[in-house]
Design a binder for this molecule. Structure first.
Ligand code: SF4
Length: 241
């Protein structure tokens, strides 16, 4: 349920109005049972694996309240991926964009993070339009391997060797976040950093299962190259989603 997931309770009358609005919309926009062909092609609906109100755990906006929309579908195939359930769109519910945006707005979150999977494999123009219309700031987390379509307030590109990012995606990045699984990833990080704009923030993030091994040389690297900073998956330390 939205309110439980958000961790925020809207009191009294406000809660009643919000509940009615959501119920009304769900009745008017029943889910995949009545989808037409256009919906199925992702024009007005997208496969959602999960959505929830939480704390952004990674990157420049770490620690901020954020509503996460995790779209299903990713052809990149990183072996250390911690959301492998998101790779295939099919088992996940196709949800109308209006409903996705309404749920995000009702959460009370100031920021919506569209993540995956690989969300940029879809045209996100209509979804970002609906979210911005609802007054939300819209962030994107992507590998950069697909053309980014949509309007965003912040774009985090986390490049993956298995399917390298497009130069155009790197140029749009506000944040370059490189997951470090082994020492070679530091050279990979520098290679990508050469293609972003000067304003782009540079972050190295130890892969969770390897953090004890890789953190010492990430620390050493950041001390020698202070334009970089370290991103930890703080949501995992906090025990939130
Ligand atoms: S790009 Fe992201 S979702 Fe896709 S396999 Fe890699 S880590 Fe997993």
């Amino acid at each position: 349920m939205v309110f439980a997931a958000s961790g925020r309770l809207v009191d009294g009358f406000g809660k009643f109005i919000a509940f009615c609005a959501l119920s009304f919309t769900i009745v008017r926009l029943p889910l995949h049972f009545t989808m037409n062909k256009a919906d199925k092609k992702y024009g007005t609906a997208l496969p959602v694996m999960e959505q929830f109100y939480t704390i952004q755990g990674e990157g420049v906006h770490s620690g901020k309240a954020a509503y996460f929309i995790r779209l299903a579908g990713c052809p990149v195939g990183c072996h250390w991926c911690d959301v492998k359930e998101s790779w295939k769109p099919k088992p996940h519910q196709l949800m109308p964009l209006k409903e996705i945006a309404l749920r995000a707005a009702l959460s009370g979150a100031p920021i919506t993070v569209i993540t995956g999977g690989e969300p940029a494999m879809y045209d996100l123009s209509a979804l970002t339009g609906a979210l911005k219309k609802a007054g939300l700031k819209v962030h994107l987390e992507t590998s950069g391997a697909f053309a980014i379509r949509g309007k965003f307030d912040w774009i985090c590109v986390s490049p993956k060797k298995r399917k390298p990012p497009l130069k155009a995606s790197l140029r749009r990045a506000n944040e370059l976040k490189v997951v470090v699984y082994n020492r070679d990833d530091l050279a990979w990080a520098e290679k990508n950093a050469a293609l972003v704009t000067r304003k782009c923030r540079l972050l190295l993030q130890p892969e969770w299962g390897k953090k004890e091994t890789v953190l010492p040389y990430i620390i050493e690297f950041v001390q020698k190259h202070p334009l970089w900073q370290i991103s930890l998956q703080s949501h995992k330390y906090m025990g939130v989603e």
